[in-house]
Design a protein around this ligand. Structure first.
Ligand SMILES: Nc1ncnc2c1ncn2[C@@H]1O[C@H](COP(=O)(O)OP(=O)(O)OP(=O)(O)O)[C@@H](O)[C@H]1O
Ligand SMILES: [Mg+2]
Length: 283
């Protein structure tokens, strides 16, 4: 039953057959760190192809190299070997084309909600009227109307996270890299944020790479899930998720037996208890 459900989920859903433009690529990517004489292989021969409009989730245990991968795609870390490409070109530094929401909350405490969201637009020299319009649009999308003039200290953790997401979204980078953006919020707020994120992504047509250590979150959000393993950090399998629509909710997901089977499969992969499905290796 479980194997059948996974098989039918693969049929017609493989990212490999997508005709869309390739936006991000990792080619034989390796990265090692050296700290106090000890070497750590954070990423070992990672290959990944991400198409325009994809919502990709990357899941794996702590220390498997998820943040390293996000930082390499952002251009903040140069890989030890291999290549990271954006639109066919080598990534050699940070760029406004690839926005990042960091694992540690990154909003400016001395700026209001509106001021935080407007920050990148100010740097980009966006005219004031256009800036105000875009900030209002995003405030509405993240459900923070009435909180525009509040400071981060006056907000809940979930609200702050929403501001961090909107801040990155504001400048419309084609690619948004999100490193465990909801890790620090409670389970109920997290579900709301995930549902909002799906709607925001569909409404703005972005390409998203979303890092998480939660299998449920990865399966709920992703068009496909990149399952990783630790020491050394490797991609075990790319698991396609059957389309559930932009209005999907957690209730929809929990009721869907295909999703249950896929979640169980991914869970076993990242726990190191199951060999990858052969047809998806080395995507
Ligand atoms: N600056 C650094 N110096 C030395 N080692 C590092 C550094 N950054 C990461 N590492 C090591 O590289 C490996 C991968 O780290 P990374 O932060 O990419 O993992 P992660 O999957 O994001 O983990 P988590 O889920 O805990 O955030 C870990 O073993 C970590 O100890
Ligand atoms: Mg991390």
């Amino acid at each position: 039953m479980a194997a059948q459900a996974i098989k039918s989920a693969y049929d017609g859903a493989s990212p490999a057959i997508s005709p869309r433009k390739v936006l991000l690529q990792a080619v034989d990517l390796c990265h090692g760190y050296e700290a106090r004489g000890e070497k750590v292989v954070a990423l070992d021969n990672v290959n990944l192809t991400i198409h325009e409009g994809d919502f990709v989730t990357v899941v794996g245990p702590s220390g498997c190299g998820k943040s390293t991968l996000a930082r390499i795609f952002a251009g903040l870390t140069m890989p030890s070997s291999g290549q990271a490409l954006y639109d066919g070109k080598l990534i050699q530094g940070a760029s406004k084309e690839r926005g990042m929401v960091f694992q540690e909350l990154a909003i400016l405490p001395w700026r209001t909600v509106a001021g935080n969201i407007a920050h990148g637009l100010e740097i980009a020299g966006t005219p004031k009227a256009e800036r105000a319009r875009r900030v209002a649009e995003l405030v509405s999308l993240i459900g923070l109307e009435g909180f525009e003039d509040k400071y981060p200290r006056e907000l809940s953790g979930g609200m702050r996270q929403r501001v961090a997401v909107a801040r990155t979204w504001a400048t419309k980078p084609p690619v948004i890299l999100m490193d465990e953006p909801f890790a620090a919020v409670d389970a109920i707020t997290r579900i709301t944020l995930q549902e909002e994120l799906i709607r925001l992504t569909h409404a703005t047509n972005r390409t998203v790479v979303f890092i998480t250590h939660s299998v449920e979150e990865a399966v709920f959000l992703g068009d496909y899930v990149v399952a990783m393993t630790a020491r050394p950090g490797r991609v075990l399998e790319i698991v396609p998720i059957p389309p559930m629509g932009s209005e999907r909710t957690w209730e929809d997901m929990i009721k869907d037996p295909r999703i249950e089977a896929i979640s169980a499969h991914v869970f076993e992969l990242v726990r190191g208890r199951k060999a990858p499905t052969a047809r998806n290796e080395g995507h």
